[in-house]
Design a binder for this molecule. Sequence first.
Ligand code: IFM
Length: 470
Amino acid sequence: MSATSLEFPENFLWGAATAAYQIEGAAREDGRQDSIWDVFARKPGAVADAHNGDVACDHYHRYKQDVALMRELNLKAYRFSTSWARCMPDGVTPNPDGIRFYSSLVDELLAAGITPWLTLYHWDLPQALEDQGGWANRETAERFADFAEVMHEALGSRVRIWTTLNEPWCSAFLGYAAGVHAPGRTEPAAALAAAHHLLLGHGLAAQRLRARDPEADIGITLNLNVVDPVDPANAGDLDAARRLDGQFNRIFLDPLFRGGYPADVLADVAHLGFAGIIREGDLDVIAEPIDLLGVNYYHGEAVTKTPPAPEAAPPSPFVAADGAHAVPRGLPVTGMGWEVQPDGLRRLLNRVQQEYTGPAGIPIYITENGASYEDVPDAAGFVDDQNRLAFLDAHLRALHAALADGVDVRGYLAWSLMDNFEWAYGYYQRFGLVRVDYGSQQRIPKASGLWYAGVVRQNALTAAPGLQPA
Ligand code: IFM
């Protein structure tokens, strides 16, 4: 390896991630019933061009081909999620036909030498449970722990890394406050209740998994953000940054690692009766020790207290009593309009270790990072996505710098293995290392995918980013 390449630690876990509803399809096969996303996607105007996950990448039928693709890309780990509505269609009764799919997938991964990393919940609550109040109902946390146990019974001897929840902020605040994700509710108090019950469900599930399997690696994945005040000398902007950091990052990190919600967040949301839903003992359950923290990082954020013009204001996931508004600050953005800020990843990792994971001695994994850009395939379907490649390269350099700072990061899972259903954006936003032609279901690795395969093989970044042979 050249002296100018950036090498990663031995055994660094390189991989890619997906989620059930985004890739599987087979929405009505083998007993699967509706999740909240099936129902939400049918609501007029909820998802771009009425797209949905009925077929998606047809991964349910093509998983063998997709595992072969992972091998071609040299992946060491694959992070996937399990559809609760497939495995327990009414939310409570196990469905062996649905569970079998994940058993086959895990066998295929192990045979290919790829570590399966299982996420129990990536946003797709069985609609039957939403009909009983969804995550705003405390009972859902108990049902989630049952789901964890059922999945562990089926897969626990073969799957050693278990994530309870993916990005509970999105489930709670995009789903129950902004209403731009399933179940499409715009009830701020319900959003806070959902956040608490998601955390409670995480803690209960972690306890059950731990009791069954003391040696398993159990964790949770949070989408975390760096929040900068637009004007660091402006008290209003500083306060806006504090509020957003509170309701985005600390509302999850503090109970998980410090056993309590932050006092300032409790004060910000006091008008919504949040304290009233927290029962004695809940915080001990939520703080159940975990083995790793998954961090998903996509973008930075500059915030101000000054609201944007009302006509420009999108539905807000923010429920605190006073304002905090993200504004553009002239940095390049991805197809999602998210600002590209690789250094934010380094800052975030240092902060999370110093304030949360470090004292507990818990390693961090980047469980998602990636970018959507408008891909233009050539006649053969190949996408020369130098923009995505540069994004990944820059973020891996930032991660490497965080390692040099002493942050204990053990792996990186790119989002996403392949183009897929991007929630409210339908199929218009593509994050894949591999292009999917949704008509033919053909998969073609992009330039970024071939480059990533080279990074994984070398366990290093070369001095100049570029297309490396896989
Ligand atoms: O596609 C999503 C994924 O499901 C969760 N994290 C963010 C990704 C990009 O929006």
